[in-house]
Design a protein around this ligand. Structure first.
Ligand SMILES: [Zn+2]
Length: 265
C-alpha cells in the first residue's frame, strides 16, 4: 500500500499511507504530548538548582581544604607555644635558683659571685627573647583561630545553602516527574488508539527531525518547520483525498490538514 504521496519523490522512496483524517488530527495531539514530555525532560536537565548545587559543592571542597590548612597551622602554633612556655619556665626557675643562691650568702668566692651574676643577667635576656617570640606566636595563633572560625562559618552557610538547593531541586524533580508520567500515560493510551503504521511513521520521522514528526497545516504554513507551503504543493494537496497521509516537501514531516489549512477551493 506504499506509493508516492505527492509525486515529488521517487515512488520507491516515498511510500503512500492512508489514515482516517480524524486519526491524523489526533496524531497532532500525540505530537503535543510528546513535545510536552520533551520539554519537561529539558527543564529537568537545566534546573538552575543543578548548577547551584555543583558550584556549592566545589566551594565546600575548597573550604574544607582551607580549613584543614588553617587548623593544622593552629595546632602547629599551639605546640610551638607550649614548647616556648616550657623554655621560659626553665629559664625563669634557673634564674630564681641562681638568685636565691646569691641571696643566701653561701657563695664565698668573688669569682663564683661574678659568674652567678653574669648568668642571672644572660638568663634575664634569654627570657626576654623567649617572651617576645611567645608573644608573636600567640598573635599568630589568634589569627589562625580567627581564620578557622571564619571558614567554619562560611562552611555552615554553604552547607545550608546546598541543602536548601537540593530540597528545591528534589521538589522540582517530583513535580516534573509527576507531570511527565501523567502526560506519558495519556500519550500511550492515545497512541494505542491510532493506526500502528501511522504511529510508526511518525516515530521514525520524529527521531530524525528534532522531536517533531507531525505538524499541522495552518494557513498554508507547516507548523513543523514554519515554512509556507508553496502554491503548487497546496494545489496538489487540495486534490488529494483527505485520508492521504501527507509529507511536507521541505521538512518531510507528516503534514496534517486542519480546519484552517488555507487550501485553495
Ligand atoms: Zn515542514
Amino acid at each position: 500500500m506504499w506509493v508516492s504521496s505527492l509525486g515529488r519523490s521517487p515512488p520507491w522512496k516515498e511510500p503512500r499511507l492512508d489514515a482516517d483524517p480524524q486519526a491524523q488530527l489526533r496524531l497532532l495531539e500525540l505530537q503535543a504530548s510528546d513535545t510536552a514530555v520533551d520539554r519537561l525532560a529539558a527543564r529537568r536537565r537545566s534546573l538552575p538548582e543543578i548548577d547551584e548545587i555543583r558550584n556549592l559543592t566545589a566551594r565546600l571542597s575548597a573550604l574544607a581544604a582551607d580549613l584543614v590548612a588553617a587548623e593544622t597551622e593552629g595546632r602547629d602554633l599551639g605546640r610551638a607555644q607550649t614548647k616556648l612556655e616550657g623554655e621560659v619556665d626553665a629559664v625563669r626557675s634557673r634564674a630564681a635558683r641562681d638568685q636565691s643562691r646569691l641571696d643566701s650568702g653561701a657563695v664565698g668566692s668573688a669569682r663564683e659571685l661574678e659568674n652567678l651574676q653574669s648568668e642571672i643577667g644572660s638568663l634575664g635576656r634569654r627570657q626576654g627573647d623567649l617572651e617576645e617570640q611567645l608573644l608573636e606566636i600567640m598573635e599568630n595563633a589568634e589569627t589562625a583561630q580567627a581564620t578557622v572560625d571564619r571558614l567554619r562559618a562560611e562552611q555552615a552557610e554553604a552547607e545550608a545553602a546546598r541543602t536548601a538547593a537540593e530540597q528545591r531541586r528534589d521538589a522540582a524533580f517530583s513535580a516534573i516527574d509527576a507531570e511527565s508520567a501523567q502526560t506519558t500515560e495519556r500519550r500511550t493510551a492515545l497512541a494505542a488508539e491510532l493506526p500502528a503504521e501511522l504511529v510508526a511513521l511518525y516515530e521514525k520521522i520524529r527521531k530524525s527531525s528534532g522531536g517533531i514528526g507531525a505538524a499541522g497545516l495552518v494557513r498554508r504554513r507547516c507548523e513543523g518547520c514554519h515554512l509556507e507551503v508553496g502554491g503548487s504543493e497546496l494545489r496538489e494537496i487540495a486534490a488529494l483525498p483527505l485520508e492521504r497521509v501527507l509529507r511536507h516537501e521541505d521538512c518531510r514531516r507528516i503534514l496534517v490538514r486542519t480546519e484552517d489549512s488555507g487550501l485553495p477551493a
